[in-house]
Design a protein around this ligand. Structure first.
Ligand code: GLU
Length: 453
């Protein structure tokens, strides 16, 4: 059973990078007929806010990424305590007493000597007496996970291929603060175990976390903290996708602030965002595919590249326009102007970039419209048009055929004054579709009004 999760921290709104991670995890689960979990990483009580939890849910709903279960880290603290106890008993967790300033100083010295800034494990060397002395001074410890320096940490990454880390080149991570609160690393591993997560897909900024977490999975398994995953061993499969970059070629602030709310305001359809993000950074062509089934069929981690994926607004807009042009009436109905029916939508659809723009074009049908000034010849021509207008299956063809014959006009001279008189515009939706929507009486009245000048 494939189980994936999307694990946002509710400290802000989702941005386009998070949305992409959510989408890919949803796709992995749906494609495999598995489960997709929404996990709220809210162990940081100070920065987490309920309004962001709500916003995350709303965004996922708007995107159409339904989740099968929701979990909250703040409700699972007992499990983290249990894991902590098990790992501590197994000698994999130790107390450390350095202040932030002391650690910073150590880092600076190491960097100054050209050494990697790896924690020197000084706290591991403390004797019982030294520890007791620290505590007598009122210094509460924070806690580190002791990495096993024995063997290289390796995994077969679904996107990056074979990954290999020397644990001695990593710092023992701080997992818990002196006040007892949790940092990200251990709770996430505990959750992945308890929730049966079989596949972790996230950004490549987490690659070194994965190395550490693999040792946590293994250590928790060895401590018999939890039963093994169904047949897959204690460690889930991992894949890390290349980060998104903006047009400027780097991780821009702008991308970090682009969320579902801004997309929605701009008239971007969720299907456009999904179509783009599903394939951006893969070897598959980005196309305006509104059918999720079709996107799922071709979704494969093996198509993901390792180069950063470039997110461009112009591309999103191009896809959005193409998707809007094919949206059926039923899908847009509640967002259309009052009175606009299916024929109206189908006539106007090819001319809009967003559904909201239908409002402007619909105004041409309902009126009132502002007509330009016409020359005396055009006024006479439009007067004739008001007379010959006859209602039929296709009144526009009837009108223009009759006028062509009677006046000898053709091309622009034939069509443009009519369009201008009937809509007030030089361009716009197909007149053959628009004229029936305007209606016979109103059309004749517009032509007659133009003729009068
Ligand atoms: N809350 C973490 C983040 O947003 C989750 C990372 C993960 O997927 O494990 O980065």
């Amino acid at each position: 059973m494939t189980t994936t999760r999307f694990a946002p921290s509710p400290t802000g709104r989702l941005h386009v990078g998070n949305i992409r991670t959510a989408l890919h995890n949803w796709m992995l689960a749906r494609k495999a007929g598995g489960r997709f979990i929404l996990r709220i990483d809210d162990t940081d009580a100070e920065r987490s806010r309920e309004e962001f939890v709500d916003a995350i849910r709303e965004d996922l709903e708007w995107l159409g990424l339904a989740w099968d279960a929701e979990e909250r880290q703040s409700e699972r603290l007992e499990r983290y305590d249990a894991a902590f106890a098990a790992l501590r008993a197994a000698g994999r967790i130790y107390p450390a007493y350095e202040t932030a300033q002391e650690l910073e100083l150590k880092r600076k010295i190491q960097l100054g000597r050209g050494l990697p800034p790896i924690y020197d494990r000084a706290a591991l060397e403390l004797t019982d007496d030294e520890r007791a002395a620290k505590e007598a001074e009122g210094i509460a410890p924070h806690w580190r996970f002791r990495l096993d320096h024995g063997e290289a940490i390796t995994w077969e990454d679904g996107i990056r291929g074979t990954q290999k880390f020397d644990p001695a080149q990593l710092s023992d991570p701080v997992i818990r603060r002196a006040d007892g609160s949790w940092l990200y690393m251990l709770p996430s591993a505990v959750d992945d175990i308890d929730m049966g997560v079989s596949q972790v897909l996230r950004g490549e900024d987490h690659v070194s976390n994965t190395a550490v977490q693999i040792q946590m999975f293994t250590a928790l398994h060895a401590a018999q903290f939890a039963a093994q995953h169904d047949g897959t061993g204690p460690v889930p499969a991992f894949a890390h996708e290349a980060l998104l970059i903006g047009k400027e070629g780097k991780l821009s602030k702008r991308l970090g602030s682009l969320g579902c709310d801004t997309f929605r305001e701009r008239g971007i359809e969720p299907e456009a965002l999904v179509a783009l993000l599903a394939r951006l950074g893969t070897s598959l062509p980005v196309e305006p595919i509104a059918d999720r089934g079709a996107l799922l069929e071709t979704f494969e981690l093996s198509t993901f590249g390792r180069a950063p994926a470039k997110f461009e607004d112009a591309e999103l807009e191009r896809i959005n326009t193409a998707i809007v042009h094919h949206m059926p009436f039923e899908a847009v109905r509640p967002r259309l102007p009052h009175g606009m029916d299916e024929a109206g939508w189908l006539a106007i659809r090819p001319n809009v970039h967003t559904v909201a723009e239908a409002q402007e074009w619909w105004g041409l049908v309902t009126g009132p419209i502002a007509q330009p000034d016409f020359t005396p010849e055009d006024r006479a021509y439009l007067g004739e048009a008001a007379q010959v207008l006859q209602w039929s299956e296709n009144p526009w063809a009837g009108l223009t055929d009759a006028l062509k014959e009677r006046t000898g006009r053709k091309g622009r001279a034939l069509f443009l004054p009519l369009r201008q008189a009937l809509t007030g515009m030089d361009h716009g939706p197909d007149m053959g579709e628009l004229l029936p929507l305007i209606g016979e009486d109103e059309a004749r009245a517009r032509l007659a009004r133009a003729a009068q000048g």
